[in-house]
Write a new protein. Structure first.
Length: 166
């Protein structure tokens, strides 16, 4: 059912039915106008989820069934293929296109002045497309990228070059 919901550009939320021990559809939220390309639960708030598409990054409250904050993506920004919470701070959002660069949304504050996106210019131009990204749970300056060729790139603030394993 989820793949059907995503193909129709909806963001479903599921709730565990205690009687049947099955997940049931709790709500459907539709705000994106284009295909959702990445989604991630917030690690420190069980009711927050972030989704990305070609036109926007959106933070949702599942409990309130509403958009809490969003940022529109300009034409020059690559379509996010992965999104993660925790960079550059616990409530920050990091996202990346298939070849980079790593982009960071610094604030979940909904005011216009806080809807800026920064580029981490060193994390770009990979020889293989990025397919996964994870920010370190405790060190918010570290990020791991998984590539379609089976390699992993690890970045940390202050490193000149990534460590890459194949």
């Amino acid at each position: 059912m989820c793949s059907l919901c995503f193909s129709k550009l909806y963001l479903p939320s599921l709730q565990l039915d205690a009687v049947s021990c099955e997940f049931r559809l709790h709500s459907i939220q539709s705000e994106h106008k284009k295909t959702i390309t990445a989604i991630a639960w917030c690690p420190h708030d069980v009711d927050l989820i972030v989704s990305a598409s070609a036109e926007a990054i959106i933070i949702w409250s599942v409990a309130e069934q509403q958009v809490l904050s969003n940022v529109n993506l300009s034409d020059g920004i690559a379509i996010p293929c992965s999104v993660a919470w925790g960079m550059p701070n616990p409530s920050g959002i990091a996202f990346i296109g298939k070849r980079g660069p790593l982009m960071m949304w610094f604030s979940t504050d909904d005011s216009e002045e806080h809807r800026s996106i920064a580029t981490h210019s060193e994390i770009r131009g990979f020889s293989s497309d990025v397919c996964q990204m994870r920010c370190h749970a405790q060190r918010h300056d570290k990020v791991a990228l998984g590539h379609v060729d089976g390699s992993i790139s690890i970045f940390s603030a202050g490193m000149d070059l990534p460590c890459v394993w194949i």
